[in-house]
Design a binder for this molecule. Structure first.
Ligand code: CTP
Length: 204
C-alpha cells in the first residue's frame, strides 16, 4: 500500500516556501492503521513534525515534483491512498535570497504535477486508487467531480472550512461507485481504521 501525506513545500528562494496547513496526521494515521492490519506500507511524506508509524517505510520529500517521483518509484502497489495536500502551484525559485528592499517579488506561478490524476491515467494505476478532497463548500459535489476527473475509485471528501487542517478530528464523506456515505465526526485515527477496514473488505 502506498500512502501520501502532509503538505508540500515549494521553494521561492533559499529561505522561503509556499506551504499549506496540512499536518500530515490523517495520512500518517492511515499508514499506521494499514500497517497494523498487516499491509506492507510505503508512506511518502511531505515536511511534517510526526514520527513514522511502526513498520512503515517512510520516504521524506519536500516538493510536489519530489513527491510525484517518489510515488512512481514506489510502484507497484495494490492500493494507493493520496492524502497529501500537494501544492497546486510552484514558482521558479530564486537561487539567492529575495531582498525586501527590492520591493514585492513578482512570482510566476506554474502548475505542479497532479500525482493522483497522473497515476489514475497511467498503465501502472493500482487496482484500488483512493484520493482525498479538501473542500470548503459543495463538498460532496466537488469530490464526485474529482473522482471522475482523476479516475479515482474512491474519494474521501472532507470539509476543511473549520480546523480540520492541522486538527485532530475529521468528518468525511466516502464517495464510491455505489454512492456517498456520510461518516460521523471522529478522530483521525478512527477515520483511518474505518477506511482501512473498507479497503480490506474490497481486497478480500
Ligand atoms: N493531488 C495530487 N497532486 C496534486 C494535487 C492534488 O496527487 N498536485 C491529490 C491529493 O492528494 C488528493 C486529491 O488529489 O488526493 C485532491 O486534492 P485537492 O487538493 O482536494 O484538490 P486539487 O486537485 O488540488 O483541486 P482544488 O485545489 O482546486 O480543490
Amino acid at each position: 500500500m502506498l500512502v501520501t501525506a502532509g503538505p508540500t513545500h515549494e521553494p521561492i528562494d533559499p529561505v522561503r516556501v509556499i506551504a499549506n496547513r496540512s499536518s500530515g496526521r490523517q495520512g500518517f494515521a492511515i499508514a499506521a492503521a494499514a500497517a497494523e492490519a498487516g499491509a506492507r506500507v510505503t508512506l511518502v511524506a511531505g515536511p511534517v513534525a510526526l514520527e513514522a508509524p511502526p513498520h512503515v517505510h517512510r520516504i521524506d520529500v519536500e516538493t510536489a515534483e519530489q513527491m510525484a517521483n517518489a510515488v512512481f518509484a514506489a510502484l507497484p502497489a495494490d492500493v494507493a491512498i493520496f492524502v497529501a495536500a500537494v501544492a497546486d502551484w510552484h514558482v521558479e525559485p530564486s537561487p539567492t535570497k529575495l531582498k525586501k528592499g527590492e520591493g514585492p517579488p513578482k512570482l510566476k506561478f506554474l502548475p505542479t504535477r497532479d500525482i493522483l490524476a497522473e497515476l489514475g491515467a497511467s498503465e501502472r494505476r493500482p487496482p484500488l486508487l483512493i484520493g482525498f478532497a479538501a473542500e470548503t463548500e459543495r463538498v460532496v459535489e466537488q469530490a464526485v467531480a474529482k473522482q471522475i476527473a482523476k479516475r479515482a475509485d474512491w474519494i474521501v471528501a472532507n470539509d476543511v472550512s473549520g480546523d480540520v487542517m492541522g486538527g485532530h478530528r475529521n468528518r468525511v464523506h466516502l464517495v464510491t461507485a455505489d454512492g456517498v456515505e456520510d461518516w460521523p465526526e471522529a478522530s483521525k485515527e478512527e477515520v483511518a481504521r474505518r477506511l482501512i477496514e473498507r479497503v480490506a473488505q474490497v481486497l478480500s
